[in-house]
Write a protein that binds this ligand. Structure first.
Ligand code: DX5
Ligand code: ZN
Length: 228
């Protein structure tokens, strides 16, 4: 069976205690810290940048997965690489030269990803599979946490899974398939069955802050749903 990774989106964390929040979700069994960067230009919201990435870097050994929802992209890549990002992904329509931006991310020592919005077609993956370490499928429109999962994402995930498997067979290269938006215990299994291996969850995980069992309990529920 495929390895499943949980990637809590710190967009829904308590920003007044961000370092502690990161440590608590990793301690609860999460694998990757998903870091949402919004610029009030590519998306209608404004969040956090390289300074905050640098500030949380010493708090955990877990990989930091930077999801850039910004336009333009390139100037931020070296800044996040220096701030300790492990993975940097961006939306292809936000870069004039997608191949160049992907190469830049690897040149800076990070793993590179492309992000597809609900209406972004798969042909953006053509000709760049060799440059990819990760494909991030949006199952909501980017900009906000707490939205509902868009069901058409499932077919898209399955189609991308087929492309990745064919690519891996041909080249031996590994590409993560991550899904972002509206994931919770009740739908994570369907997302996994469609072929995802990495699951972003913002409101589902951090929303359990004050619930019984807190982060440990919601992580247990997500893992249990995956293993059902
Ligand atoms: C949306 C962000 C997501 C978001 C996920 O633009 O990219 O990472 O925080 O939050 P939930 O899990 O609440 O949909
Ligand atoms: Zn995200």
């Amino acid at each position: 069976p495929r390895r499943h990774r949980l990637a809590p989106s710190i967009l829904s964390a308590d920003f007044a205690r961000l370092g502690e929040e990161v440590q608590r979700v990793v301690e609860a069994g999460c694998d990757v810290i998903h870091f949402d960067v919004m610029d009030n230009h590519y998306v209608p919201n404004l969040t956090i940048g390289p300074l905050v990435c640098e500030a949380i870097r010493p708090c955990t050994k877990a990989p930091i997965d930077v999801h850039l929802m910004v336009r333009p992209v390139d100037a931020l890549v070296p800044m996040f690489a220096k701030a300790g990002a492990d993975i940097i992904s961006f939306h292809p329509e936000a870069s004039d030269h997608v191949d160049r931006t992907l190469a830049l991310i690897r040149d800076q020592g990070c793993r590179a990803g492309l992000v597809l919005n609900p209406a972004t077609p798969l042909h953006h993956l053509d000709h760049v599979m060799d440059r990819l370490d990760l494909i991030l499928v949006m199952s909501v429109n980017p900009g906000f946490g707490g939205q509902s999962f868009i069901p058409s994402a499932l077919d898209k995930i399955a189609a991308i899974r087929r492309r990745i498997d064919a690519h891996t067979e041909r080249t031996g290269a590994e590409i993560w398939l991550e899904v972002d938006g509206g994931i919770k215990p009740s739908n994570i299994r369907a997302v996994a069955d469609a072929g995802a291996d990495t699951f972003v969850a913002g409101s589902a995980i951090f929303g359990a802050r004050d619930a019984d069992g807190g982060y440990h309990e919601v992580v247990r529920a997500l893992r249990a749903a995956l293993e059902e």
